[in-house]
Each structure stands twice: as structure tokens, then as C-alpha cells.
Design a protein around this ligand. Structure first.
Ligand code: SAM
Length: 229
């Protein structure tokens, strides 16, 4: 289960009502049974159920993170498509997701959506046994996200004769990578030009046109494949 840092004091985790319900009703754990608690910031503990508390038995070493910090700048798709993007990219090991508003993005999402994406990321990180819960940033204009710095920055562009992302990733992989994927209607030419002027390399994800929700998942899969040993 994921816990807030304030729940842990002197080796005891004060379980919330929801956590107690999940452990005893959903997982059907009994007194003395063991479970894993994580803080989403790199710490995991083997824990024993003790009434309304979790008794920490020992810290665990978790090595499920990618060796590269990947930031995805993702133009917000319509509807609830971003939920699935957050879930899948968390499973694949993303570090930071920046939802971006592009020239062809229709709506500014409500603050409730941001909370919802953060919750989805926490749940997905837990199920994928990740050490860290990815950071979901507040939505920003694509133009302001261009100033993010990294030695490797890519903008995925569906049209044009650009090299494939898999052929552009450095080997060994760098410590940080930023990848931008566009909205349903694609990036405008000005957005692509501005990105290139800000140090982004335009890349292809293959010959087929992927949906806006598929493209970031494919891009991250390629990075993950380039890192796994
Ligand atoms: N109608 C748009 C066009 O013709 O450019 C297609 C946009 S696509 C549905 C949404 C985004 O996914 C694109 O802006 C791009 O970032 C990414 N994408 C989709 N397929 C891609 C591909 N084959 N190569 C690179 N990027 C791709």
C-alpha cells in the first residue's frame, strides 16, 4: 500500500480507514500477516498487520526504476484519454509527465483532473512495484515547456522524413530525456519550428500515424527497451 510520510512514526504506520478496509476486506489479511508499504519516494518496507497499525519489520530494496529520468510533454487529448496515458506511462517507468496545452488543444483541464491523474499515477506505481510515483505537473502551454533543459530533447512528428526515435537515442542512454508528443490534430509547423530552435530534435515513431494517446506510450517503450539489460 502507498502511505503518506506522516503516517509512519517510530516503526509504526497509522493505517487510514481505507487502508484497513483494503488490507482486511479486499486482501483478507489477518492479524500478523505481512504486506508491503511504500512512500512513493523510493522507500519500501516489509510490514506486519497489527490492529489499526502496520508494524515495520524491515526496509526493502526495490530496483524497478529506469536508469534515465524521462519527462514526457504530452499535448492533452480529448475526453478521458489522458487517464490511460498516465496509467501506461507510469507502468513503463516515466519520471515526470507534463500535460501541455498546444495550439490545437481544445480545453484547459479542471483542477480535479490533475488530482485524478496524480491518484492514477500513485495506483499504477503501486501495482507496477515502482519505487517512485511519477510527478504529474500542472498543465502548461507548450511554448513555456520548451525551456525545460536536458541534453536530449525530442519532438515526435507524425509527418515528414525524420529519423526514428530508436535510432536517435544515445547508447548508453543519457541521464535525462525529454520527449514531446502532440494532440489529435498534430503540432502546428510553428510549434515544431520553435521546439527545434529550443534544442529539440524532430523524430518519427514509425510509418503509421499513432493516436495522440498511443504516441507517448510507444516513445516511452522505445526508451525503456534501449535501457533494459
Ligand atoms: N493529424 C496529425 C498529423 O497528420 O500530423 C496526426 C497527429 S497524431 C494523431 C498525434 C501526435 O502523435 C503527433 O502530433 C505526434 O506527436 C505523435 N505521432 C503519432 N504518430 C507518429 C509517428 N508515426 N511518428 C512520430 N510521431 C507520431
Amino acid at each position: 500500500i502507498a502511505i503518506a510520510p506522516s503516517q509512519l512514526q517510530q516503526g509504526q504506520i497509522a493505517l487510514t480507514k481505507e487502508q484497513q478496509h483494503y488490507l482486511t476486506r479486499v486482501l483478507r489479511l489477518r492479524e500478523g500477516d505481512r504486506f508491503i508499504a511504500m512512500d512513493g519516494k523510493g522507500k519500501w518496507w516489509l510490514t506486519q498487520l497489527a490492529g489499526e497499525q502496520g508494524q515495520v519489520l524491515e526496509p526493502l530494496v526495490v530496483e524497478t526504476e529506469l536508469p534515465v529520468a524521462v519527462t514526457l510533454l504530452i499535448a492533452l487529448p480529448k475526453g478521458n484519454g489522458f487517464d490511460e496515458v498516465v496509467r501506461c506511462c507510469t507502468e513503463l517507468g516515466v519520471t515526470t509527465i507534463a500535460p501541455v496545452l498546444s495550439d490545437r488543444t481544445l480545453l484547459q483541464p479542471s483542477p480535479q483532473k490533475l488530482e485524478r491523474w496524480r491518484r492514477i499515477a500513485a495506483e499504477a506505481a503501486e501495482q507496477s512495484e515502482r519505487a517512485f510515483v511519477p510527478t504529474i505537473l500542472e498543465p502548461v502551454a507548450f511554448s513555456s515547456s520548451l525551456k525545460l533543459t536536458s541534453s536530449q530533447k525530442y519532438i515526435c512528428e507524425a509527418r515528414g522524413n525524420f529519423p526514428h526515435l530508436k535510432d536517435c537515442l544515445p547508447q548508453p542512454i543519457d541521464k535525462e530525456i525529454i520527449i514531446a508528443t502532440g494532440p489529435e490534430g498534430g503540432w502546428t509547423q510553428l510549434e515544431v519550428d520553435n521546439a527545434i530552435a529550443s534544442g529539440f530534435q524532430a523524430v518519427s515513431l514509425g510509418r503509421r500515424i499513432l493516436r495522440a494517446v498511443t504516441a507517448p506510450i510507444v516513445a516511452l517503450s522505445l526508451v525503456s527497451a534501449a535501457c533494459e539489460v
